[in-house]
Ligand binder design. Structure first.
Ligand SMILES: Cc1cc2nc3c(=O)[nH]c(=O)nc-3n(C[C@H](O)[C@H](O)[C@H](O)COP(=O)(O)OP(=O)(O)OC[C@H]3O[C@@H](n4cnc5c(N)ncnc54)[C@H](O)[C@@H]3O)c2cc1C
Length: 399
């Protein structure tokens, strides 16, 4: 049995950031186990039709956390990235309007503006009605019937598929209520209301896909990563993987339900299998689209994909676009280039906070830590995952 101080499960952004930070701090006694033959997880890219595709879906770097930016720029300097102003659209019938919808209703025809305004005026949040617990009802309560029916309900049904009705609302607490007064003002003044939405500016590599920064990170610790190695069993009490690797600390960034947990109470094991996820496929199409948007949300149930990414609008010299499709809806009818990721979106089901609290606290007592999108089962973007990894190194090192 091989013994190390730190065993890191998974070489996606979370595992790589944790391992590279350890390395930067002079630690050499660590090992990363990765089931694929390349690093980067959901953030990997491939070259298709002479330009990159992000095989886990469109990935853009946007953070206000300078330490995270510096950490990433250390591996891929800022000069190698383009900075873009976000231009994302929502397709409603034949019209594409700017995102977010509630701030851009002024771009619709007058009849629609009136209908949307009427439904915002009586939205539950504006009418003092108690907040519902279920996501599907909460959307109507929060945004009004029209935005819900035309965009948010069908879009989220497409994205979350059979998990849609399981979603809670605890992860959306910070979203502001839709404002009748501001929407009306925006329609009269013909300009978006409110502050600039989140992710107004983002970085994307000039010459590569988003996967390049993670590839370089992996390269910097290449002797410490074992590729093609699937974690199948974690013995919690002895901190042993597959009866082959033992560690003082285990940092798990893989989905907890993807391997067997040995030596833990039965109820905890059973609960772990209740954790839900959404699988997403990415499919390439070489057709040229006229839209100037970098990406477009497509709520129509008639169309398979829920989002498309138009490469020429963020990758110099590229053509074509890629589609993001929930695996349950996916049909590759014309043998197009495609990639499917089983674990794409962790689902914020009603019972997830209870399950993760008890799982993570029990594991921590054994010096096993959950990190990243799957280790924490949180809808974390890659910048947030880096932040959590940097923090976890400090927490463990400071005892
Ligand atoms: C469609 C989509 C769009 C996104 N857009 C953005 C964006 O614009 N900007 C952004 O910052 N983030 C975005 N994200 C989020 C980003 O993908 C994640 O934050 C990031 O990939 C999380 O990193 P991670 O290491 O926690 O998980 P992952 O990337 O999932 O990595 C987990 C790693 O563990 C490995 N693994 C899994 N099981 C095992 C096992 N049993 N044994 C060994 N290895 C295993 C996997 O192969 C993988 O390498 C997006 C995600 C999706 C799905």
């Amino acid at each position: 049995m091989q013994k190390v101080k730190y065993l890191i499960l998974g070489a996606g952004p979370a595992g790589l950031s944790f391992a590279c930070k350890l390395s930067q701090e002079g630690e050499r006694n660590f090992l990363v186990l990765e089931k694929e033959d390349t690093a980067g997880g959901l953030c990997r890219s491939e070259i298709v039709d002479h330009a990159p595709i992000d095989i886990g879906g469109g990935h853009f770097l946007d953070t206000k956390d300078n330490e995270v930016l510096d950490f990433l720029f250390h591996f891929m300097p800022q000069e190698e990235w383009n900075l873009f102003k976000r231009d994302s659209h929502i397709e409603i019938g034949n019209l594409q309007i700017d995102h977010p919808m509630e701030a851009n209703i002024w771009q619709m025809n007058i009849d629609n503006q009136i209908e949307y305004l009427k439904s915002i005026a009586v939205a539950g949040c504006n009418a003092g009605i108690k907040k519902p617990e279920l996501f599907s009802q909460w959307i109507i309560w929060k945004l009004g019937r029209r935005i819900a029916d035309d965009y948010m309900l069908p879009y989220n049904q497409k994205l979350f598929g059979s998990n849609f009705e399981e979603l809670g609302t605890y992860w959306l607490e910070k979203l502001p209520n839709v404002s009748f007064e501001e929407t009306l003002r925006s329609c009269i003044e013909k300009k978006p209301y409110g502050k600039e939405p989140a992710h107004t500016f983002f970085y994307y590599p000039k010459k590569y896909g988003y996967g390049e920064v993670w590839r370089r990170m992996a390269d910097s610790i290449k002797n410490k990563i074992i590729y093609g190695y699937k974690v199948k069993m974690l013995d919690v009490v002895n901190r042993v993987i597959n009866n082959e690797y033992a560690a003082e600390y285990i940092i798990n960034t893989c989905p907890w339900s993807d391997f067997e947990l040995d030596n833990i109470p039965y109820n905890l094991k059973a609960d772990t299998n209740l954790l839900k996820y959404v699988s997403i496929c990415v499919e390439y199409d070489n057709k040229e689209l006229a839209s100037p948007a970098q990406w477009v949300y497509i709520p129509s149930q008639e169309v398979m994909e829920h989002r498309i990414l138009i490469r020429k609008n963020f990758i110099t010299g590229a053509k074509g676009y890629w589609k993001e499709i929930n695996f349950e809806r996916y049909k590759n009818e014309s043998n197009k280039v495609s990639y499917c990721n089983t674990y794409s979106y962790p689902v914020n089901s009603m019972d997830k906070p209870r399950i993760m609290n008890s799982l993570l606290s029990s594991m921590k007592l054994k010096n096993i830590f959950g990190l990243g999108r799957w280790g924490e089962w949180e809808h974390l973007n890659s910048d947030a995952v880096v932040r959590h990894a940097l923090n976890l190194v400090q927490i463990i090192k400071s005892g």
